[in-house]
Ligand binder design. Structure first.
Ligand code: GLC
Length: 538
């Protein structure tokens, strides 16, 4: 049985404004991306996930769409987009588009019409409620902070927004909304996109009732009644069926949850191909035990029809090198995480810049901050009596600009990203593509070699685990596919370890990584340097 293309693929997330600036206005764009397709090919990427490039006032950097059928002027034209698809396909790279179905920008004409009068036919495309005794209809909080309800003076009602007040939630119980969004899906598929990354897909449906959400012991709201509501899976199923009217789209959903039992509901037959595994990917503090426990849990929870995803950074979180790495071992830790991502069971998603070890950005002035979540955190901190310094610290922690700084291509003033000063400051400029290409031991070349191995051995992209264990900070697994068996050992310790592998090795065993491929004798113990990962065909 042949595997669908995406099961073998290594994906790469491109944060569109930050990858490469083709017209030197300081903002990344489609022309810039086209100019770097050969780079992605060199790295070994099969699929790119483009963050939203549609027309948008960009309050939330494009996750607030005002025209689903147009390319934002900052990013180029429709002709540029068509060329991107053609050029990517010519190189064997597929393109998946980020699609925001849950909400539109409040400047979208649909919302403008809906807001114009209570009896406007589009009123019901969004979620409106009367005030409750002069206050918002319930206690629901927006994910960016503050109430999720915004009062509309003109019509005397509140509208619901799970994110910023400029992102109004659509009412997915209204069949016209569904129809309008299906037209969007069809439009981009006709343009040649190979699939979608569905933004906050588990938020799509509210139950139609609006009870208050409960709070946890720390006083934080539990989002019980505003996501994962009844009927959501049917809606997801319909969306997937619509996409699958064309052959083999890859459909991956952002299900905002770290609970694997919730995550797993959304994929499988008739549903999404995969969801982002936040249970693993968004771990705050580095812990081998946690990583291992999540790998094991995923292996137990997912059926053969479900595939986990493997990622440790994205445009919504800190870069893993900054989160997990401790001096002087940051690069080694990043290499080990890469080895895990590219050999464990699941679909890897590399976040742009992680392959060269770009660090998180720290902004020393709130005026430089672009992220709506960071700015909101700053304002709330000030309102609660914090000093400017304290508020800035909180905003840097909560804000997402940290992982969105421009890609660093070379050692020039603006890192080869642009000839103009970029929209967001550059992070630590000591790392860049040009420097790492030449260095055989660089993180970049580490990624390249691993991607090649992953593709060359079906056990690494198609196999399940035969063995999956952890002991004393060493994770080891064997992945097998038909006759092929590959052993991976990852040493997360600051010291070397020696690992007797006689039980697994045979006369025909072959050392694959790192270093040269060679024969390995069955009685040869595997020696691992601190933070080293090794791969052996057994
Ligand atoms: C998703 C996106 C995030 C955005 C939010 C609202 O979580 O990844 O960047 O702010 O949805 O659309």
């Amino acid at each position: 049985m042949s595997l669908p293309w995406w099961k073998k693929a290594v994906f790469y997330e491109i944060y569109v404004p930050s990858f490469c600036d083709g017209n030197n206005d300081g903002i990344g764009d489609i022309q810039g991306i086209i100019s770097k397709l050969d780079y992605l090919r060199e790295l070994g990427i099969d699929g790119i996930w483009l963050t939203p490039f549609y027309r948008s006032p960009k309050v939330d950097n494009g996750y607030d769409i005002s025209d689903y059928f147009a390319v934002d002027r900052d990013y180029g034209t429709m002709a540029d987009f068509e060329r991107l698809i053609a050029e990517a396909h010519r190189r064997g790279i597929r393109v998946i588009a980020d699609l925001v179905l849950n909400h539109t920008s409040t400047s979208h004409p649909w919302f403008q019409e809906a807001r114009s009068a209570k009896d406007h036919p589009k009123r019901d495309w969004y979620i409106w409620k009367d005030p409750a005794g002069g206050a918002p209809p319930n206690n629901w909080e927006s994910f960016f902070g503050g109430s999720a309800w915004e009062y509309d003076e003109k019509t005397g009602q509140y509208y619901y927004h799970a994110f910023s007040k400029n992102q109004a939630d659509l009412n997915w119980t209204n069949p016209e909304v569904k129809k309008a969004m299906f037209a969007v899906i069809d439009f981009w598929q006709a343009k040649g996109v190979d699939g979608f990354r569905f933004d906050v897909i588990n938020f799509l449906k509210t139950s139609g009732k609006f009870p208050n959400n409960p709070y946890d012991e720390k006083g934080e709201q539990i989002h019980r009644f505003d996501k994962d509501q009844e009927g959501i899976l049917e809606t997801v199923r319909e969306i997937c069926a619509e996409c699958r009217r064309r052959p083999e789209p890859f459909l991956v959903g952002e299900v905002g949850s770290e609970d694997l039992q919730i995550l797993k509901r959304y994929s499988g037959k008739g549903l999404l191909d995969a969801v982002f595994n936040f249970n693993l990917g968004s771990m705050e503090k580095f812990s081998v035990k946690r990583i291992f426990a999540e790998l094991k849990r995923m292996e137990e929870a997912y059926t053969d029809e479900q595939t986990p995803t493997l990622f440790f950074s994205s445009h919504d979180m800190s870069r893993h090198i900054s989160r997990f790495g401790r001096p002087p071992h940051e690069v080694e830790t990043a290499k080990l995480i890469a080895t895990l991502m590219l050999t464990a069971r699941g679909i890897p998603f590399i976040y742009y810049g992680d392959e060269i070890g770009m660090r998180d950005l720290y902004l020393d002035d709130v005026k430089k901050m672009k992220d709506v979540q960071g700015i909101a955190a700053y304002e709330m901190a000030i309102a609660s009596g914090k000093t400017e310094g304290e508020a800035l610290k909180i905003a840097n922690e909560r804000g997402r600009d940290k992982s969105r700084s421009p890609m660093q291509w070379d050692g020039s003033e603006f890192a080869g990203f642009s000839d103009a000063s970029p929209w967001l400051p550059l992070s630590d400029q000591s790392v860049h593509v040009e420097g790492q290409r030449k260095d055989p031991d660089s993180l970049f070349n580490h990624y390249r070699r691993l991607i090649r191995l992953r593709k060359a051995f079906p056990a690494l992209h198609a196999g399940r685990y035969r063995v999956l264990r952890e002991r004393d900070g060493v994770i080891f697994y064997i992945r097998s596919h038909q006759e092929e068996k590959i052993l991976v050992v990852l040493n997360f310790n600051e010291r070397s370890v020696s690992f007797p592998a006689g039980d697994f090795l045979s006369e025909g065993s072959e050392w694959l990584f790192p270093g040269e491929r060679r024969r390995i004798r069955p009685d040869e113990p595997l020696k691992l340097a601190p933070f080293e990962g090794v791969i052996v065909k057994i």
